[in-house]
Design a protein. Structure first.
Length: 121
C-alpha cells in the first residue's frame, strides 16, 4: 500500500508534464457525436416511447379490472340470493354455479379456450 501511495505523486507529475497537442485542423467548437451518437440517442428515444406505451397499457388494464371488480361487488351485494357474479367471472364456486366452465383450487376458470375471462381486459 505504501509503495502505491509514494508512486502517486510521481505519476501525477509525469502526466502533468505531457504537453497537450492538438491537430492543427481540429476545431474544438465544431465537435459532433456522429452516426454512432445519433443511433444511440435514437435507440434510447424509441425504447423510452415503447416503455411509456407499455406502461399506459398496463395501467389501463389495472384500472379496468378495478372497475369490473367494483361492478361485480355491486351486483353481488344487490342480489344476495343469486349465485355470485364474481364467482362466475373469476372461476370460483361449483361447476353448476359457474356456467363458463369448471373451477379448480387456484380460482381460475377452465373455459373452452383455456383462459380466465378476467384476463381479456
Amino acid at each position: 500500500m505504501s509503495a502505491s501511495v509514494s508512486l502517486l505523486p510521481y505519476a501525477i507529475s509525469v502526466v502533468a508534464e505531457i504537453p497537450a497537442t492538438q491537430d492543427p485542423g481540429f476545431d474544438s467548437d465544431n465537435v459532433t457525436p456522429g452516426v454512432v451518437g445519433f443511433v444511440a440517442t435514437a435507440f434510447i428515444a424509441v425504447m423510452a416511447i415503447l416503455l411509456a406505451i407499455d406502461m399506459a397499457r398496463r395501467v389501463r388494464r389495472v384500472r379496468y379490472r378495478a372497475e369490473i371488480d367494483a361492478m361485480l361487488d355491486a351486483e353481488s351485494s344487490a342480489d344476495p340470493g343469486a349465485p355470485s357474479a364474481r364467482k362466475a367471472a373469476t372461476g370460483g364456486g361449483s361447476a353448476q354455479e359457474n356456467a363458463v366452465g369448471s373451477s379448480d383450487n387456484t380460482g381460475t376458470s377452465d373455459t373452452a379456450n383455456g383462459r380466465n375471462p378476467r384476463d381479456e381486459a
